[in-house]
Design a protein around this ligand. Structure first.
Ligand SMILES: Cc1cc2nc3c(=O)[nH]c(=O)nc-3n(C[C@H](O)[C@H](O)[C@H](O)COP(=O)(O)OP(=O)(O)OC[C@H]3O[C@@H](n4cnc5c(N)ncnc54)[C@H](O)[C@@H]3O)c2cc1C
Length: 292
């Protein structure tokens, strides 16, 4: 591996300044579980890595008083999210999903922000965050901006981040008790071959309101399936339960997977149909439990 200089800035402004100054020869470094692997394997080469995790405030993990949103600093690892009592009690679905990312060694160093920024198509948190309605707080030379997760990815390994911009934190809105959610993943390799996230509000008369269904891993980036959401909107929970396979078929009709190591196109379409139905059922089964 080509030698590189490891910068340890003491503030985010300093980190951004270094990234701006070194340009294409610099990258932010969080847990390094992706970046260092790429560099070791010779797929990428940078003369400057800018460590973010030790910057004060990057380890922030708290519920914001004003609106109850969970604020996750960019230095927070998957393992911290999996084990945090606060997250387990107030955002249990996040803890559940984070506990199934990769293996414990990767979760120990890998950060949520690094996962999202890398934009690898087989990301569990990306699918979850899109459907949940997360917001990414970004900082760069031009200042700070917020981007909804659903607008963050442009393609495989491609995001809206501009040169020298970094993710500073991720915000997850709180889920009221009647907002139900579930996430399912499936795969036989290290990374998932499919991820499906479902959220909806169980309104008056057990009607589904504001449904959000996202599918990840089978296309260049995770995305919401508008046709499935339209099919669910306003339906009675019991009617949805009776038509799960039809809804699964609509989901399969929305995606355009390619054949690769994770399976053939036909196999992936089958998985999307099956797991959309199963994930919806899991969310419906959570009705009455009080929280997802
Ligand atoms: C064996 C293995 C199995 C895995 N399995 C899964 C899985 O099951 N599910 C899943 O979702 N993921 C999986 N992953 C991916 C894993 O979650 C990521 O490797 C990890 O979260 C990346 O975080 P990091 O902090 O190590 O990022 P780094 O390697 O430090 O950085 C990754 C990229 O993001 C950039 N970056 C880092 N932080 C920021 C920031 N704050 N702002 C802007 N850019 C930034 C870096 O410049 C780099 O380009 C797996 C990875 C491995 C190696």
């Amino acid at each position: 591996m080509r030698p590189f200089r490891l910068h340890r800035p003491e503030s985010l402004d300093e980190a951004i300044h270094i990234l701006e100054k070194e340009g294409e020869d610099a990258r932010p470094l969080s847990g390094g579980t992706e970046l260092l692997l790429l560099m070791k394997q010779g797929f990428a080469s940078y003369g400057n890595l800018v460590g973010l995790t030790r910057i004060p405030g990057m380890d922030r993990l708290e519920v914001r008083k004003a609106d109850g949103a969970l604020v996750i600093g960019a230095g927070v690892t998957h393992r911290q999210l999996e084990r945090s009592l606060l997250v387990r009690e107030r955002f249990p679905l996040l803890a559940e999903v984070e506990g199934k990312v990769a293996n414990v060694r990767v979760r120990n160093s890998g950060t949520l922000a690094g996962n999202l920024a890398f934009a690898e198509p087989h990301s569990d948190p990306a699918t979850l965050h899109i459907a949940w309605g997360a917001v990414l707080c970004i900082r760069g030379p031009e200042g700070a901006r917020k981007v909804p997760a659903r607008e963050f990815w442009r393609g495989a390994f491609e995001t809206v981040l501009q040169p020298a911009e970094v993710i500073e934190s991720v915000e997850l809105p709180p889920l009221p008790p009647n907002r139900l959610g579930a996430y399912s993943k499936f795969g036989m390799h290290e990374r998932p071959s499919l991820g499906v996230a479902v959220f909806f509000t169980c309104g008056e008369g057990e009607r589904i309101e504001d449904p959000r269904v996202a599918v990840g891993c089978v296309e260049p980036h995770a995305r919401r399936l508008g046709e499935v959401e339209t099919a669910l909107q306003g339906k009675c929970a019991a009617d949805v339960e009776a038509s799960l396979s039809d809804i699964g078929a609509i989901a399969a009709g929305c995606v355009d997977p390619i054949t690769d190591l994770h399976g053939s196109r036909e196999y992936k379409l089958h998985l999307v149909a099956e797991f959309t139905a199963r994930t919806l059922k899991r969310a419906l089964d959570r009705n009455g439990e009080g929280r997802p």
